[in-house]
Design a protein around this ligand. Structure first.
Ligand code: PQQ
Length: 232
């Protein structure tokens, strides 16, 4: 359990959730080097291939939330996330966009999809996120998605960094990040609505903060594993 003291009231709760940004993976040394243009082609490829495992599993995580969620109104909006990633036809959706990013970075679809580059730490981090959504109360799983509050700034910085420092990747291949600039704020607005509506007691608010803290650890652990596998 976190020892964070939450100020009473919805504002204090949201403030405490937002304060978790201090532990977000934008500050991980690998991301700092990425955005400063200091990664080699091999390191970029390693990151893209490993991060694919996260992308692939996000819809399974969201399906786990849906399966645990008894609220029709929430399900109706949450299902959109699965469609964003999976698309509704061949050649569409975020997973496809990530594969195109991989191809532009010099990987084949086959080597991304068959996990030959996937390192154990990334697998464990991602699996633990999916498992969290499967086994914890659905509102906590929703709270764990709130790292997306912090994602748009990182996406914007990443887009600028890729265009400036890694011009060998075609700018069209960055479509995934451009889409997330719109999807992430929409998604986390909904998640924040759900969490503030359901977490009214100090105890439930502390559990939501713990869930978000856990997710920061998932993302940080994932980056540690990539950093270690693709050293400078
Ligand atoms: O590239 C990133 O730094 C980043 C971070 C996050 C995040 O903060 O969890 C997500 C994504 N990307 C992303 O692309 C994505 O679809 C996504 C879904 C979720 C989630 O927890 O439901 N996080 C994220």
């Amino acid at each position: 359990m976190t020892t964070t003291t939450i100020r009473t009231g919805a504002d204090g709760f949201v403030e405490t959730l937002r304060a978790q940004s201090r532990r977000y993976h934008d500050q991980h040394p690998f991301h700092v080097r990425m955005n400063a243009g200091r990664l080699s082609r091999r390191q970029i490829r390693g990151w893209v291939a490993n991060r694919f495992y996260y992308q692939e599993n996000i819809p399974r995580k969201d399906a786990a939330i849906l399966s645990n969620c008894p609220d029709l109104e929430v399900r109706r909006r949450w299902i959109r996330r699965i469609l964003d990633h999976d698309g509704t036809a061949t050649g569409e959706g975020g997973i496809e966009a990530w594969l195109r990013l991989g191809e532009a970075a010099g990987l084949t679809r086959e080597e991304i999809r068959d996990h030959r580059h996937l390192v154990p730490g990334v697998r464990f981090a991602v699996d633990s996120y999916v498992n969290f959504a499967r086994t914890r109360p659905w509102v906590e799983a929703v709270a764990s998605s709130l790292t997306e509050l912090f994602a748009p700034d990182l996406m914007a910085a990443r887009l600028a960094a890729f265009e400036r420092w890694y011009p060998w990747i075609a700018p069209e291949a960055l479509a995934y990040f451009r889409a997330r600039l719109e999807q992430a704020p929409r998604d986390c607005e909904h998640a924040l609505e759900v969490v503030t509506a359901h977490c009214l007691s100090a105890e439930s608010q502390a559990r939501a903060v713990d869930a978000l803290s856990f997710k920061c650890d998932v993302l940080w652990g994932l980056m540690d594993a990539i950093d270690q596998a693709y050293p400078e």
